[in-house]
Design a protein. Structure first.
Lengths: 116, 112
């Protein structure tokens, strides 16, 4: 299957700093990427839909000024957590797709964010 | 609004047994349904995708079925192995939407 990478895989930062997470589709062009958040032992919660060349669409309750999303190319989307606080600590996962031939969404390995 | 539920939330079975994981959804107007596996602290691995026009898909020891009218899908795992231990998630995509709605997941433990 197609490969989606995320960088970094984990990050620890101080409260008040901003953190950028990258999501790349390595072997197909993704006009749409998705950002999820996952708390321990819970399922994935969709945060936003990222469309190449346009503004992201945020789910209800997600602060767009807090979680900045940029989809600058067909293979790269970034999520910036601005002025991070301990409650933003979570596992962030991106996905790309659906991939044209398989209609499948492919997921990145996730980024563990810990805010001290 | 689509809601997806998975039962049971956790399951432990001895190695070698066959098992079934269940997924139910409230809105039957789905485009497709996808089963994923997630290992602790990792991302999701796509296992099987069933289009709305299909009734089942098979990959190795895995077989997924879809009954759209009753809003159900099952994932059948044959001859379970310890390496199958993981959390299994189903996700539904509705028509006119690329978003996936995820189920609550089933945490599977295969006992050697």
């Amino acid at each position: 299957g197609a490969v989606v990478s995320q960088h970094p895989s984990w990050v620890i930062c101080k409260s008040g700093t901003s953190v950028k997470i990258e999501c790349r589709s390595l072997d197909f062009q993704a006009t749409t990427m998705f950002w999820y958040r996952q708390f321990p032992k819970q399922s994935l919660m969709l945060m936003a839909t990222s469309n190449e060349g346009s503004k992201a669409t945020y789910e209800q309750g997600v602060e767009k000024d807090k979680f900045l999303i940029n989809h600058a190319s067909l293979t790269l989307s970034t999520l910036t957590v601005t002025s991070a606080h301990p409650e933003d600590s979570s596992f962030y996962i991106c996905s790309a797709g659906p991939e044209y031939l398989t209609d499948t969404q492919y997921f990145g390995p996730g980024t563990r964010l810990t805010v001290l | 609004k689509q809601e997806v539920t998975q039962i049971p939330a956790a399951l432990s079975v001895p190695e070698g047994e066959n098992l079934v994981l269940n997924c139910s959804f409230t809105d039957s107007a789905i485009y497709n349904l996808q089963w994923f596996r997630q290992d602790p602290g990792k991302g999701l691995t796509s296992l099987l995708l069933i289009q709305s026009s299909q009734r089942e898909q098979t990959s190795g020891r895995l077989n997924a079925s879809l009954d759209k009218s009753s809003g159900r899908s099952t994932l059948y795992i044959a001859a379970s192995q310890p390496g199958d231990s993981a959390t299994y998630l189903c996700a539904v995509r509705n028509f006119g939407n690329e978003k996936l709605t995820f189920g609550t997941g089933t945490r599977l433990t295969i006992i050697p």
